[in-house]
Ligand binder design. Structure first.
Ligand code: SF4
Length: 359
């Protein structure tokens, strides 16, 4: 099922933990960006008809409605099964949500991160738990039931008790989909830089330990399962039938085309990315496509899924050593012809998956 990703890299603030190619910009830059984005979509040679569209960012819920409508109408699709818009809590109004619904948006991903005001302020976010509750009510009133809530385990100041409170809010809202990301120090974010320098800004000195962060993640897995929201990918959880159709294609190695700043594309055999600075993107800079190793990707990407993968005959032979090693250590489980990460392997997944690259 091929898909389309569209990047809207503008936000009302730059969050301390964020390393995306996104941020605050001028009206003029946004105007030029929209013109370039529309041009890029119109010039694309479509070899297949998309079935999903994902507006990510950045904060695409800040995109003016006429621009959103123009971008959607430039995509040659007769029947889109899923159109997702990433939203920052507090940027929604009843009128906007009703218009989104008319434009065909049928899934919204809310970048909540935490329901605790002090934790949010530390990152630069301005919303509160009450904002999220009212946004979810607005979406449901407009008929958009397919809602994802993003949370981050390991934010500065987070404790077992505060995480339990965030999970209580999630339980009350009961979205059909949740994403729980494990905070990782990234030297490209302000918080990451500060933590690496041993500073105190952005709450860098009160980051939970790695062990506590792992415990918070595991607790989320447990609480979500009690709600019938099961893990289907390392960071993604859904009620049955509510998995993100668009994101599934990344792990199932289906083709997608990305438009806009820093957007990446995959045509089934090659990957490429657009420029990651606004200046270079506006000049039309695109990386040359590079061929992928289908077997490496099958393991590296596919094993992220809870269902795991069914390796081909040549893959069983090629990866015999790492497969035997990780089964021996209890990190991989074999069931007939299928392989999957064991539950205790999830927190070490980076190291395990890396073993299938250049093997
Ligand atoms: S985390 Fe989201 S809202 Fe914050 S700066 Fe990054 S893209 Fe923008």
């Amino acid at each position: 099922m091929p898909g389309v990703y569209i990047s809207y890299p503008f936000c009302t603030q730059k969050c301390s933990f964020c390393n995306f190619a996104s941020g605050v910009s001028t009206a003029e830059a946004k105007h030029s960006y929209h013109a370039a984005l529309l041009d890029e979509i119109r010039r694309h040679r479509w070899l297949w008809e998309p079935q999903t569209v994902y507006f990510g960012g950045g904060t695409p819920s800040l995109m003016p409605l006429p621009q959103l409508a123009e971008l959607l109408s430039a995509i040659p699709a007769r029947c889109l099964r899923e159109v997702t818009l990433e939203c920052a809590p507090g940027t929604l109004t009843a009128e906007m949500v009703a218009q989104w619904r008319c434009l065909g948006i049928n899934r919204v991903s809310l970048g909540v991160q935490s329901f605790i005001t002090e934790e949010l302020r530390q990152t630069g976010r301005r919303h509160t738990a009450a904002t999220v509750e009212s946004d979810v009510a607005l979406l449901r009133a407009a008929g958009i039931e397919n809602i994802n809530v993003d949370l981050i385990a390991g934010l500065p100041g987070q404790t077992r008790a505060s995480w339990e409170t965030s999970l209580d809010f999630l339980e009350r809202l009961k979205p059909p989909h949740a994403s729980v990301y494990i905070f990782e120090i990234d030297e490209d974010s302000r918080l990451g830089k500060e933590a690496l320098l041993g500073g105190v800004r952005y709450g860098a000195s009160i980051l939970p330990s790695e062990d506590l962060t792992a415990e918070l993640y595991e607790r989320a897995v447990e609480r979500l399962a009690e709600l019938g929201i099961q893990r289907y990918e390392i960071s993604n959880f859904a009620e049955p039938g509510r998995q993100s159709l668009h994101n599934l294609k990344y792990w199932n190695l289906q083709p997608y085309v990305g438009f806009g700043l820093d957007a990446s594309s995959f045509d089934g055999t090659r990957r490429w990315s657009n420029a990651d600075t606004l200046e270079a993107y506006l000049k039309g800079s695109v990386e040359a496509p590079s061929p992928t190793d289908a077997s490496e990707e099958h393991f590296f990407v596919g094993l992220r899924l809870s269902d795991g993968i069914e390796p081909t005959e040549p893959e069983w032979s090629r990866f015999a050593d790492p497969i035997a090693k990780w089964i021996g250590e209890g990190m991989l489980e074999q069931n007939g012809q299928r392989l999957r990460l064991s539950d205790r392997a999830i927190l070490l997944s980076n190291e395990i998956l890396q073993d299938f690259i250049n093997a």
